[in-house]
Design a protein around this ligand. Sequence first.
Ligand code: APR
Length: 340
Amino acid sequence: MKAVVFHGSEVGLKVEDIPVPSVGTDQILVKVAACGVCHTDLHYIEHGVPTFKKPPIVLGHEASGIIEQIGKAVTNVAVGDRVVIPAVLTCGKCSLCRMGRENICADMQMLGNHFNGAYAEYVAVPAKDVVALPDSIPLEAASIIADAVSTPYHAVKNRARVQPGDSVVIFGCGGVGINAVQLAAAAGGYVIAVDISERKLEWAKEFGASETINPSSVERVSKEVKKRTGGGADIAIEIIGNPRTIEEAFECVRIGGRLCVVGYTQEKISLVAGKIMFKEIEIVGSLGCRPLDYVPLIRLVAQGKVNVERVVTHRFKLEEIEKAFEAMKEGVSLRSIVVP
Ligand code: APR
């Protein structure tokens, strides 16, 4: 089968012919319909963040497809089922999984990181983790539910805990951030979207942002947010992974407000500790999504309250994957998918 193999940051990506993965007793083989192209892959390819499985490894962790084959012990799904494969697979046995916090499972395995991912014609995954998709949701665009939509779903609902009427500043309206915009708006939040790209801000408005801020057009984003909200936003969510924007997002929240960090960076941030104490600011991280959240999330997509089709602005063949990363870097795509 054809697959995009990552050979480490020196060599980069190569499209190769590799064997179709064999299916273990508890596994299924999924014929990949599409795999979303995520900024996280750029961390491996360009920024030296190591994958858990040493290269060569097939990247790609945001996939949907049709079950082609099932392992001997599999009973929960059948050949022909349409499924989304969550980006992170959980052990179901550790204390965090047992507490219902599977998204921070002590033994989590990420597709295209711990084992071969879905920039390929086929991928083998444990049967217990996949989520059934109703026929009403288009299969290819549904791939982005696996991360670009599920990650902000958990962030908005469970970590930032957006309530109707909350003012919510969202830093970063890329592939993940734009879905935080539509999910926070669907939750009744008053969304102020922040991005350096005017095109992304236009999209943010289309997806439910009430206001937008381009940092280049104001003296300081936090000052502007305080002016517009009368003292600071109830909630700020950072979905870029830049230490400076995490610090700025912190400055945006009101006394008693909440900062939720979704963007990934290895670098340190600098915050005035006294502000956390005096203002009783809550700072939470958010990683991925719990298995139990996929059912209500897919319902929101089926209802049309969350639109996945419009988020997918570009489609590429496996051989064209570099073009998808170029489009991401140039800021012209919202979310690209690779269609094997
Ligand atoms: N201020 C405001 N917006 C910015 C800034 C900045 N200083 N720098 C970048 N951006 C915007 C970009 O214009 C883009 O719209 O942030 C967005 C990032 O989007 P993508 O590149 O599409 O990245 P995405 O896949 O959404 O991932 C964002 O979330 O899950 C994590 O690892 C992921 O850290 C990454 C983050």
